[in-house]
Design a protein around this ligand. Structure first.
Ligand code: SF4
Length: 345
């Protein structure tokens, strides 16, 4: 199949599986570069040279689950465990907002403490939402009532990653967790009016068919942000890195092409600032996992990389953007985007 036709059909949402499989298999370097170039053009058409900045507050590293790919899985004795209190979480959020992030991403493991004390999480969300920036929450699977409470407390975004949309692979990755409950939790959140993010993990044993399936599923769902992340293996984590040598920039480009108007993040969590550039060139328009130093916070995929050195700070990211001729987006710009997406929900 002709590459131009596959890109055009993917961009217009009129794609079939063959189109995505064609884009996943460029025949040579030139074809791959062409796909990346098209993705960047689409990003520039809809978002110009603006990049949204997301601060990351991994406030609890406790988790009741045992996902095979995760450093913070319950059984990993090597993972550092902490649970920040409300005062410190607010202080971190204030620091990030003062430095200029557009959104605070409040993330934790699926921590039994917050399962039992959900009201405390709501209080934290409520206080941060009053500080003048958007709030994303990732509390794991929550029911309809909890979703409504999160929304009422001021959460704008709900992030819940499927990691793969193949039930068979999912079962091997997210041990003893329901595939369908995760799908339902995102659907419920979208119905309440929250903006929803889904994402996939690359390098965990996925086939090309699994990837095509995930890309198509995410493009057709009611999502406002779609991401892919690369699996980084650490001590104490059972999953060996496998697959297909995952082409992270190419998959990012395909997410952009199939989701022209959605946000597509590039995470500092994989390879710091040097990893970001390739993803922005492939059409990403959000930089996530900005973590301020001096708060002893962890990242997820790379729990230490670039945090205390300041590489993942807001100022380092802003200076990187300046050098690349890119512009940090304003809070108003994110608010406008959020309103537009919420109206389409
Ligand atoms: S991916 Fe999330 S739910 Fe799974 S073990 Fe890690 S922190 Fe827990």
């Amino acid at each position: 199949m002709d590459l131009d036709t596959a890109i055009e059909r993917a961009r217009e949402g009129k794609f079939e599986k063959e189109d995505i499989e064609r884009l996943l298999s460029p025949k040579n370097k030139e074809e791959r570069s062409f796909i990346l170039k098209k993705a960047k053009e689409i990003k520039e058409k809809h978002f110009s040279n603006e990049i949204f900045l997301y601060g990351f507050v991994y406030f609890s590293t406790y988790c009741k689950n045992n996902c095979r790919f995760c450093f913070f899985r319950r059984e990993n004795k090597l993972a550092p465990r902490y649970r920040k209190d409300k005062k410190e979480i607010i202080k971190i959020a204030e620091t990030l907002i003062r430095e200029g992030v557009n959104l605070v991403d409040l993330t934790s493991g699926d921590d039994p403490y917050y399962n039992q004390n959900f009201g405390e999480l709501l209080d934290i969300v409520n206080d941060i939402s009053k500080l003048g920036c958007s709030v994303m929450v990732s509390p794991g699977v929550v029911d309809k009532e909890e979703t409504n409470k999160l929304l009422d407390s001021g959460a704008d975004w709900y992030a819940l990653y499927q990691e793969t949309h193949s039930p068979k692979l999912y079962k091997k990755l997210r041990i003893n967790q329901s595939f369908q409950s995760r799908v339902k939790a995102r659907e419920n959140a979208a119905k309440t009016g929250m903006l929803v993010e889904d994402g996939i993990l690359l390098g965990v044993g996925e086939s090309k068919e699994d990837l095509a399936n995930s890309i198509m599923t995410m493009a057709r769902k009611n999502l406002a942000q779609v991401r892919c992340m690369l699996y980084v293996r650490h001590d104490g984590v059972p999953l060996r890195k496998k697959s297909l040598s995952a082409d992270y920039p190419l998959i990012t480009a395909l997410l952009r092409i199939t989701n022209p108007r959605k946000l597509v993040p590039a995470s500092l969590d994989i390879d710091g600032l040097k990893g970001i550039e390739k993803l922005i060139e492939a059409g990403a328009n959000v930089i996530t996992s900005i973590v301020p130093p001096n708060f002893q916070l962890a990242g997820v995929a790379q729990h230490e990389y670039g945090i205390e050195s300041g590489e993942r700070s807001t100022n380092s990211v802003k200076s990187f953007l300046r050098k690349k001729g890119l512009k940090p987006a304003s809070n108003q710009s994110l608010a406008t985007y959020q309103q537009k997406m919420a109206e389409n929900n």
